[in-house]
Ligand binder design. Structure first.
Ligand SMILES: [Zn+2]
Ligand SMILES: [Zn+2]
Length: 102
């Protein structure tokens, strides 16, 4: 989902039944991208400059420069993905939102 809404809530994995708390979604100035292995990057919607949840990447590449592939595992990055289950890796969850994050 584009447009800058980040959420926090409980996710219940439909594959293994685990309930876990996570946050996900895009911020006003940072679109969230997740790879298939659930590495998270944020891209500035104007410049495409990438940041991580921990801060800037050392070489500060843009989304175009990394060709939409995760810099850590080379799987495809996409927006609008829910966090994957920490136990089974599934990504199909029941969502119980507890709020939004600015
Ligand atoms: Zn699971
Ligand atoms: Zn990755």
């Amino acid at each position: 989902m584009l447009g800058g809404m980040a959420y926090v809530g409980n996710l219940t994995c439909r594959d293994c039944g685990l309930t876990f708390t996570s946050n996900w979604g895009s911020y006003a100035r940072a679109d969230e991208y997740r790879c298939e292995r659930d590495h998270v990057l944020y891209a500035d919607p104007h410049s495409g400059a990438l940041t991580t949840p921990e801060g800037r990447l050392e070489e500060s590449p843009t989304l175009v420069e990394i060709r939409g592939l995760c810099p850590w595992c080379s799987t495809e990055l996409a927006t609008g993905r829910l966090p994957c289950c920490p136990v089974c890796g599934g990504r199909d969850h029941d969502v119980l939102l507890s709020g939004t994050v600015d």
